[in-house]
Design a protein around this ligand. Sequence first.
Ligand SMILES: Nc1ncnc2c1ncn2[C@@H]1O[C@H](COP(=O)(O)OP(=O)(O)OP(=O)(O)O)[C@@H](O)[C@H]1O
Ligand SMILES: [Mg+2]
Length: 238
Amino acid sequence: MSEKKPLLEISNIDTYYGVIHILQQVNLRVDEGELVCLLGGNACGKSTTLKTILGMVKPKVGKIMFAGEDVTHQNTPARVKLGMAVVPENRRLFAPMTVLENLKIGAYVRGEAAEEDLERVYELFPKLKERSSQLAGTLSGGEQQMVAVGRALMSHPRLILMDEPSMGLAPKLVEQSFEMIANLHSQGVSMLIVEQNANMALSVADRGYVLQTGRIVLEGEAKELAGHEELRRAYLGR
Ligand SMILES: Nc1ncnc2c1ncn2[C@@H]1O[C@H](COP(=O)(O)OP(=O)(O)OP(=O)(O)O)[C@@H](O)[C@H]1O
Ligand SMILES: [Mg+2]
């Protein structure tokens, strides 16, 4: 237990959109090297949690610590500079730009894209090398997912925040996508993954949290959660 080093710690977060109270007293932690999943159904506040962590939405109450710094009042670029990278909902690539151009954008915060970073991404996703000059908007869903993850890796992030990597992908690609996530995890990349596909997410995660209408209602080791009776009934379809 003592070797655990918190990388991200959000405490007592309350987030509103106007007068609508979305996140309620949310506490969540990701340790160095850990893969944590945040599970929950539609509209429960999963993306809002990621946006709050990234500083795209300001919480009314609460504190966000990242890499040893209090980032609660820092803007998004400052948090990205400190090492947050996002793989947004629906990938959000720059469709009229090539694969290579999309990847280079990921390195923007560090200045010029280094050749060795590109090589690392290409090693992880050889397909992207073959298709480096193809327009991102013409890639298949699975390929777009690779670009989105590759783009995040280009910034040398300390933490990757992923919003529903399985969304819109055929079952086989969902499996591949989670294999890739497990592979990154085994290389020591810290990740927070938001998912509705609880089965898949829990199969690769170390720990998980369950969000229900803006509140964390359950948390624990992924193995424990996968066997949790209530969660199985609510989210795992068994
Ligand atoms: N900019 C906004 N202004 C007002 N309400 C918003 C805004 N963004 C999100 N909401 C509302 O906040 C609630 C939570 O949204 P959020 O996107 O966090 O859900 P989610 O858990 O990511 O859902 P999904 O699984 O469908 O992506 C929803 O009811 C949504 O309509
Ligand atoms: Mg969402």
